[in-house]
Write a protein that binds this ligand. Structure first.
Ligand code: NAD
Ligand code: IMJ
Length: 257
């Protein structure tokens, strides 16, 4: 069991209790981590309410990852309150609904830019701000969340698939840059989970059924299981792993048919 006693982390991407980022917050806080959580505007109440359930109250800060000013303000506060940072979790993703409902061929320039900005570039921006705080601690671990739609075509995933491909490549380029400073960068590629980011996606229940039927473990994954895998990669137990995309999907990705 990885231990986070004395470790300090920043988690971006909690919207509500179903968020994968929340499962990661719980998995690390339960093991002793001191946390800062950021929320996107409309989720403030949810995130503050959830925070009260953690043993040590986290620092809760607003952050729109499309805003350089927001990112700067978050890291200024984290530096002030924590002094340094041991880990960063990136769980933000967004595409315009239109891009997830109309054919990929119709992807707009604006829709492409927004999806890539929120879902991929934001990892670069957050990592750049985190590095100086991690150097103060002699190293650190950065983790993002991705999906198999980066490599395979899933109905309606569309520009998000392109964004996740960019995100996974970003993980590798960042890992090469910051590795010499003992900072690791990895991704977890999770199987489908019914979160807000899955709500209202046509046919999501069918996707869950297909995974359950075809995955070697014959079941879907739970957010808590992604939380545990994340805790491993964020902890010293993962200290020789960087630039990696760890599949946490009941083995679905190995199936030929
Ligand atoms: P979620 O809706 O709980 O989390 C998505 C988060 O992105 C929300 O907290 C939202 O506030 C945040 N976000 C969107 N735009 C933002 C912005 N401009 N600034 C700041 N935050 C912003 O859903 P989730 O399923 O927990 O998603 C978390 C991550 O996991 C995403 O990267 C998603 O692609 C990935 N993922 C999800 C699944 C799944 O099936 N649910 C599977 C694999 C990977
Ligand atoms: C999302 C859309 C289409 C197919 C999908 C998904 N599959 C899975 C997801 C098969 C697993 C969930 N996922 C992995 C995501 O990354 C979702 C990202 C997302 C979801 C929404 C819905 C609401 C909205 N914009 C979004 N942007 C990104 O308006």
């Amino acid at each position: 069991m990885p231990d986070f006693t004395g470790k300090q982390g920043l988690i971006v991407g909690v919207a509500n209790k179903r968020s994968i980022a929340w499962a990661i917050a719980q998995a690390t806080a339960r093991r002793g981590a001191r946390l800062a959580l950021t929320f996107q505007g409309r989720f403030e109440e949810h995130v503050r309410e959830l925070s009260e359930g953690l043993t040590e109250p986290p620092l809760v800060l607003p952050c729109d990852v499309q805003s350089d000013e927001d990112i700067a303000a978050v890291f200024a506060r984290v530096e002030q309150e924590f002094g340094g940072l041991d880990f960063l979790v990136h769980g933000a993703a967004f595409a315009l609904r239109d891009e997830l409902t109309s054919p990929f061929l119709n992807t707009s320039r604006a829709g492409f830019r927004i999806a890539l900005d929120v879902s991929a570039y934001s990892l670069v921006a957050l990592a750049r701000a985190a590095v100086p705080l991690m150097e103060k601690r002699g190293g650190g671990s950065i983790l993002t969340l991705t999906y198999l739609g980066s490599e395979r075509v899933f109905p309606n995933y569309n520009v998000m698939g392109v964004a996740k491909a960019a995100l996974e490549s970003t993980v590798r380029y960042l890992a090469a840059d910051v590795g010499p400073r003992n900072i690791r960068v990895n991704a977890i590629s999770a199987g489908p989970i019914k979160t807000l980011a899955a709500a209202g996606i046509g046919g999501f229940s069918t996707i869950l059924d297909v995974y359950r039927d075809r995955a070697p473990l014959r079941r879907n994954v739970e957010a808590a299981e992604v939380g545990e895998a994340a805790a491993f990669l964020l902890s010293d137990a993962g200290r020789a792993i960087t630039g990696e995309v760890l599949m946490v999907d009941s083995g679905f990705h190995i199936s030929g048919m």
